[in-house]
Design a protein around this ligand. Structure first.
Ligand SMILES: [Zn+2]
Length: 151
């Protein structure tokens, strides 16, 4: 394994399209060769899987952590990685739906609030008085028969 071979296969390696033998050799190379590890780090940052802040200022253990992270990602079953990819937009969508729902509830509550003033209070009193006046005249059995049993 030389650097030329590594660079030629770096994209296949990133997308886990190498065969097991090549993949193992690539991992061995990246663990030894800091130049290729840095290249891989930059490429992974551009493709969105590595933290670009860490990549900009690598510490002594950066490449060790990078290769162990890569090992973990590569050891994951395909469906787990697919689920992790699928979970991101789903999570974003559920935040949007939740936000709309909360916004609607707040709007709904604001619509229900009546300002307390003399007009509204006297309107409420008039409504209750009207109800009392008419309800007293009607027998409750008559109301049931009229409105619910159509007799
Ligand atoms: Zn190299």
């Amino acid at each position: 394994m030389n650097c030329e071979f590594f660079k030629n296969n770096i994209l296949d390696f990133y997308y886990n399209d190498c065969n097991n033998d090549t993949s193992l050799k690539m991992r061995e190379h990246i663990a030894r060769c800091h130049e290729c590890a840095a290249l891989y780090g930059k490429m992974a940052a551009v493709l969105g899987s590595a933290d670009p802040v860490k990549e900009a200022a690598p510490d002594a253990f950066y490449y060790t952590r990078l290769s162990s992270k890569m090992d973990r990602v590569h050891q994951m079953p395909v469906y787990t990685r697919w689920l992790m990819q699928a979970a991101k937009p789903l999570l974003a969508a559920s935040f949007v739906i939740f936000g709309v729902f909360v916004g609607y509830k707040i709007y709904d509550k604001l619509q229900q609030i009546k300002p307390v003033n003399a007009n509204n209070i006297s309107a409420d009193i008039a409504e209750v008085q009207l109800a009392d006046e008419y309800m007293l005249k009607a027998d409750s059995e008559e109301i049931l028969n009229t409105y619910f049993f159509n007799e």
